[in-house]
Design a protein around this ligand. Structure first.
Ligand code: NAD
Length: 261
């Protein structure tokens, strides 16, 4: 039957649930993983001022910046599913209803030709960057879906889109984030939970200091500068906002115009 001329309501699947009543940004209870440094830290700082309850989590050995930020800081090793479950349980005890989970945990690994990259090197990158993201997703998605609202954001990279020589395991792990996010997003599409990722190019954090950008790197960035952690936090502020309710399974660009798709 042609749908032309029918009102939109008549075309929509009658079994599709209506979106959960929109909560204000200030009501959102959030967990940021990888919060002791870089983008995670800037995001936690932004959320501590604008959102509801907040928990930051990072490796047990992480050194947190010595600031006035007042929010619980939990240990988590995202590559260990038991540690992920413990941290999520503890977070829910602290915040009650969990609305937002932002996963910025990630490692670059050693930059080296693939001929020198061992299987152990490769597996380690996948375990932290990709398997960790899956373990965290499994721990939080049913919780958020049960109350009909959620925002889960992982981090991909332009390396996952382009492939970077010397970073085979890293590039593969970040490409995997794209598939993970798109598959999960479709699975949870009717629950009120959106699942997206951000793909940064080069953001000025400790992460890139093992490979400090050279002049030719900047030439590849149309804006001719690095991004800032605060610009990443600003994009996250939009993605997790209650009004950003019709975009899921998307990889948001944060590359100063470098990425072509
Ligand atoms: N900075 C960039 O230019 C850039 C570019 C592309 C992608 N990314 C991605 O963005 C995300 C955030 O990067 P960043 O620049 O803020 O890095 P960062 O190194 O400043 O912060 C990453 C945090 O993750 C934590 N972490 C590492 N392994 C962990 C584990 N097993 N369990 C829990 N936490 C762990 C670290 O302790 C650190 O605090 C990462 O996923 C990274 O791959 C960053």
């Amino acid at each position: 039957m042609s749908t032309q001329g029918l009102p939109i309501a008549a075309i929509a699947d009658p079994s599709a649930p209506t979106p959960t009543a929109i909560r204000s940004f200030a009501d959102l209870n959030c967990l940021v993983v990888g919060a002791a440094s870089g983008i995670g830290y800037a995001t936690a700082t932004m959320l501590s001022q604008k959102a509801g309850r907040l928990v930051g989590a990072d490796l047990p050995a992480a050194t947190w910046p010595n600031t006035d930020n007042q929010y619980p800081q939990l240990p988590i090793d995202i590559s260990d599913p038991g540690s992920v479950r413990d941290a999520v349980e503890r977070t829910i005890e602290i915040v009650g209803r969990l609305d937002v989970v932002i996963n910025t945990a990630g490692i670059l690994g050693k930059v080296q030709p693939s001929s020198e990259e061992t299987l152990e090197d490769f597996e380690r990158l996948l375990r932290v960057n990709l398997v960790g993201a899956f373990a965290l997703s499994k721990a939080v998605l049913p919780v958020m879906a049960a109350h009909g609202f959620g925002r889960l954001v992982h981090f991909s990279s332009t390396a996952g889109k382009e492939g970077v020589p010397g970073m085979t395991g890293y590039s593969a792990s970040k490409a995997g984030i794209t598939g993970l996010v798109k598959a999960l997003a479709k699975e949870y599409a009717t629950t009120g939970v959106t699942i997206n990722a951000i793909a940064p190019g080069k953001v000025d954090t400790p992460f890139i200091m093992s490979q400090p950008p050279k002049a030719e790197d900047l030439q590849r960035i149309p804006m001719r500068r690095l991004g800032t952690p605060e610009e990443a936090a600003a994009l996250l502020e939009y993605i997790i906002s209650p009004g950003a309710s019709y975009t899921t399974g998307f990889i948001y660009d944060l590359s100063g115009g470098r990425a072509v798709y």
